[in-house]
Each structure stands twice: as structure tokens, then as C-alpha cells.
Design a protein around this ligand. Structure first.
Ligand code: GFB
Length: 311
């Protein structure tokens, strides 16, 4: 990408999209196209086709998606499937049709089989059954990956698909019902401390392990890959290390300064036991994360403290 290349970031107001914009701006890119979801509904085939035909961006970052934590994925499977599949079909197809030079597609580590060998390599895709709580979302994301591959094989359309571990950072969703585990627990611990509560309720057993990455790190990987010579491939992005949910909660309690008891809501699902990514393929190209977990949680705690009242 040149510094004046015309770049469309789909989902620029979301947690990942806004981090990609911050990274691109920091690196001196200046020529952006943005549309809010109100201005352009990417599930609308005609509106999306018209947008690409008129704007003709040179590069596309597809970070627009319907996302959420384990419960939202489980309870709204139809919406997770339809919204994500429609966005992908419309954006990838019209990017190709309008002559986009390269597209970035944001996937998710939940595309891999529930009981994958650990750490998970990119080649394990479609080698086993999916985790049932997020199978609808995962199939929609797998469709996007396969579409990118098919459009490269038939038309030579260039694209990079990235599969991140659980992401967190500025702009995250802190709604206890729909959010991912890290912002959910951070929110609960802050509230418990403020209210002087004696206990925190964690969903599930706390035994599953998850890998977390600060969103600015994933944004740096996205820009790095868009500027690489790779014409079509899929890459895992993560820290290369994971933590049990109960230990994550202890770490958050330590950072926030809460000393209450931890109890469990066992009606809530545990989900997949472990999904540690093998990030060797991306490391071999020369990229590595910068922000470790404690530092990232401290940054998010500071960000949330500042922005919470305005939300
Ligand atoms: O981030 P999360 O919601 O989703 O984490 P997944 C779920 C894990 O954290 C489960 C436990 O083991 C939960 O039992 N947990 C404990 C909690 N307390 C809480 C809480 O208060 N809130 C939440 N949300 N979890 C999602 C997929 O899976 O990961 C998506 O559903 C996507 O499709 C995303 O791939 C990255 O890591 O299980």
C-alpha cells in the first residue's frame, strides 16, 4: 500500500476496525473511505455494489462483523450466521468486481475444530467438529475464508485472512450478557469493588483456557500482512500463550484491587476447553506481538475508567 492509496476500512467504528485506522494513520496513510453501518448496510447487496462501483477503493480491510461472547453466539445463531455471511459475500464479491488490489478478512480462532491438537495450526481448518456454542458464527467465517481462496484461485483476487485469538481493547463491549470474557470480568470486578460486594460470579467452571491479544497488536499484524508479498493465505494471530479463565479473573482482581470471593454460575457454558493458536507462520514472516496480558489489562482498565461514564 502507498501512503496515498485509497483504503476502505469496513467496520471502522468497531474495536478492531478503529485499531486498524489508528495504526494506518500512525504509519502515515491518509486516503480513507469510511461508512457507518447506518450509512451503508453491508448486508444489502445493491447498496454494497453501488458503494464499491462509486468509491473504487484500492485496498479493503473487512473488519465489519456481528460479534459477541459465548452466550450471545449461542443464543443468536441465526443473526450471527446471516449478518456475517451476507457482509462477507457482498464485500468480498464487490471488492473483486470493482478492482480492489488486496483485501484483508478478519476471521476468528473458533473456526478450528473443538478438540484440535494444541497449539492449533492453520492447516487444522475443517479437520473436525466445531464447538457447538459458536458453530453458526464459525461456519459463516469459514465461508469467508473459502470465498477468499476461491476468488484467488479463479480470478487471482488477492486477500489475506487472519484468525485472531480472543481480542480485547479500547472500544470493547462491556455488556455482561453479550461481551467476551475479558471485558465482562473486568466490568464485573470494577462494579463489585465500587459496590463493596463480597463476591464475584464467574460463568462456568473457570477451567477452560483462552489466549488473549490486545487489539492494537492485531491491527499491527493486519497492516504488516497487507504490506507483505503474500497474495492469498490464512494466518493465526495471537500471543502464543494462554491462561485458565479462573487465573484470568484472579489477575483482573489483583489489577483492580478486589479481594472478594469467586463463585460459579454452572448454568452458563464452558465452551471449548482450549484454543491456543500456533503463531509460528506469522512469526516466520517477522511479526510478533508487543503488549503482554497484564499490561494490556491495565491499559484497558485505564481506558474503561475514562470512557465508562460516556457510554
Ligand atoms: O470470550 P468468551 O465469551 O467466548 O469466553 P469464547 C467464554 C469463556 O469464559 C467460557 C467463561 O469458558 C465462559 O464460561 N466466562 C466466565 C465468561 N465468566 C464469563 C463472563 O462473565 N462472560 C463471558 N462471556 N464468559 C467466543 C466465540 O468463544 O470467542 C466467538 O463464541 C469468538 O465466536 C470469540 O470466536 C473469540 O472464547 O468461548
Amino acid at each position: 500500500m502507498n501512503k496515498d492509496s485509497k483504503i476502505y476500512v469496513a467496520g471502522h467504528n468497531g474495536m478492531v476496525g478503529s485499531a486498524i485506522v489508528r495504526k494506518l494513520q500512525a504509519e502515515g496513510y491518509t486516503n480513507f473511505v469510511f461508512r457507518t453501518s447506518r450509512e451503508l448496510d453491508l448486508r444489502d447487496q445493491k447498496a454494497t455494489a453501488d458503494f464499491f462501483a462509486i468509491e473504487k477503493p484500492e485496498y479493503v480491510f473487512l473488519a465489519a462483523a456481528k460479534v459477541g461472547g459465548i452466550l450471545a453466539n449461542k443464543e443468536q445463531k441465526g443473526e450471527y450466521f446471516y449478518d456475517n455471511a451476507m457482509i462477507e459475500l457482498n464485500v468480498i464479491h464487490n471488492a473483486y468486481k470493482s478492482g480492489v488490489k488486496k483485501l484483508f478478512f478478519l476471521g476468528s480462532s473458533c473456526i478450528y475444530p473443538k478438540f484440535s491438537e494444541q497449539p492449533i495450526k492453520e492447516e487444522y481448518l475443517m479437520t473436525g467438529h466445531l464447538e457447538p456454542t459458536n458453530d453458526a458464527y464459525a461456519v459463516a467465517k469459514i465461508a469467508g475464508i473459502q470465498m477468499c481462496k476461491a476468488y484467488y484461485e479463479q480470478y487471482g483476487f488477492q486477500s489475506i485472512s487472519v484468525m485472531p485469538c480472543n481480542l480485547y481493547g479500547p472500544g470493547d463491549n462491556f455488556d455482561p450478557k453479550t461481551s467476551h470474557v475479558l471485558p465482562a470480568l473486568l466490568h464485573k470486578v470494577i462494579e463489585a469493588k465500587e459496590h463493596g460486594d463480597k463476591e464475584i460470579v464467574m460463568w462456568g467452571t473457570g477451567k477452560p483456557k483462552r489466549e488473549f491479544l490486545y487489539v492494537d497488536d492485531v491491527a499491527s499484524a493486519c497492516v504488516f500482512l497487507m504490506n507483505s508479498d503474500v497474495e492469498n493465505d490464512i494466518f493465526n494471530v495471537g500471543m502464543g500463550d494462554d491462561i485458565a479463565i479462573k487465573d484470568l479473573l484472579s489477575l483482573i482482581c489483583e489489577i483492580v484491587g478486589f479481594e472478594g470471593e469467586i463463585t460459579h454460575d454452572l448454568e452458563k457454558p464452558d465452551g471449548t476447553p482450549r484454543k491456543l493458536l500456533d503463531v509460528g507462520k506469522l512469526h516466520d514472516l517477522g511479526w510478533k506481538h508487543e503488549i503482554e496480558l497484564r499490561e494490556g489489562i491495565e491499559k484497558l482498565y485505564a481506558w474503561y475508567t475514562e470512557h465508562r461514564d460516556n457510554k
